[in-house]
Design a protein around this ligand. Structure first.
Ligand code: FMN
Length: 238
């Protein structure tokens, strides 16, 4: 969650027993950093670091999580960028295990750049960008997508992500106007791909976590229910 999930936040979450925690999203190139500043100006929280400081900042945040800990999980970094270079640099950081391409952000300033959710409308471009990243990085790769975006076919997008060689697809199964996830989309992505699928949206208790896994997700992720730095249920119950 932009502006919230920094090293300290993720360190706290890791202690709840997660296998993976995600830093960011971070804007890491000139264009997305400028877009992030416009987003801040209209009152939305974002991480805001200059281009020449961002890699070192992420390095320090990842080290907060892994540095003095016996936790053996993975640190992922959610990234908004138009160029692969910063993704590759981030993948080489010692405490980073996964770089996550953000094809999910729906803030207009990011979409206007052809970044975030706009990538879902160009599956070939998403494929090529993911492929380039997969070929050059030293870490695992994840792609985060959003479901139920008008004009987007989630199966085509998911196959593009899988064919590009990504290790994970992270699906925000958002169902507009509902406060439950669209489990059918999770099932249809699972039935049409073999990629490790992280199911996300509206997981706030053991029941919703079980529902996501029963729908076909290989793992789950939690955002808003953890926004206060606490989890409303015990992960060992899942
Ligand atoms: C304040 C806030 C900031 C967010 N920032 C990001 C982000 O930078 N990158 C991203 O991939 N998702 C971001 N998300 C989306 C969440 O990671 C998650 O996909 C979404 O909230 C649905 O999951 P949930 O129902 O568990 O909250 C953000 C969500 C919130 C509430």
């Amino acid at each position: 969650m932009a502006g919230i999930t920094d090293g300290k936040f993720c360190e706290k979450m890791a202690s709840h027993g997660f296998d993976l925690v995600t830093l960011g999203g971070y804007n890491v190139d000139k264009s997305t950093i400028a877009a992030g500043r416009q987003i801040i100006q209209r009152g939305r929280t974002e991480f805001d670091f200059p281009e020449k400081e961002i890699i070192n900042h992420i390095k320090n945040q990842a080290h907060i999580i892994k540095g003095n800990s016996t936790w053996e999980g993975m640190v992922s970094v959610n990234i908004r960028t138009l160029t692969s270079k910063p993704v590759i640099e981030i993948s080489k950081l010692e405490d980073v295990d996964v770089v996550e391409i953000n094809a999910h952000c729906r803030q207009p300033e990011i979409m206007d750049l052809g970044c975030g959710q706009a990538l879902l409308k160009k599956p070939q471009k998403l494929y090529e960008f993911t492929r380039e990243v997969v070929n050059k990085v030293d870490s695992k790769v994840s792609v985060k997508i959003r479901a139920n975006v008008p004009g987007v076919n989630e199966i085509i997008v998911s196959k593009a992500v899988e064919d590009a060689g990504s290790d994970f697809i992270h699906v925000d199964a958002m169902k507009p106007d509902y406060d439950v996830a669209d489990y059918e989309i999770i099932t249809s992505i699972k039935e049409n791909t073999d990629i490790f699928l992280i199911g996300n949206n509206s997981i706030r208790d053991v029941e919703s976590a079980h529902h996501m896994l029963a729908a076909g997700a290989d793992g789950i992720s939690i955002a808003r229910a953890a926004i206060g730095g606490k989890l409303p249920f015990d992960l060992s119950m899942i």
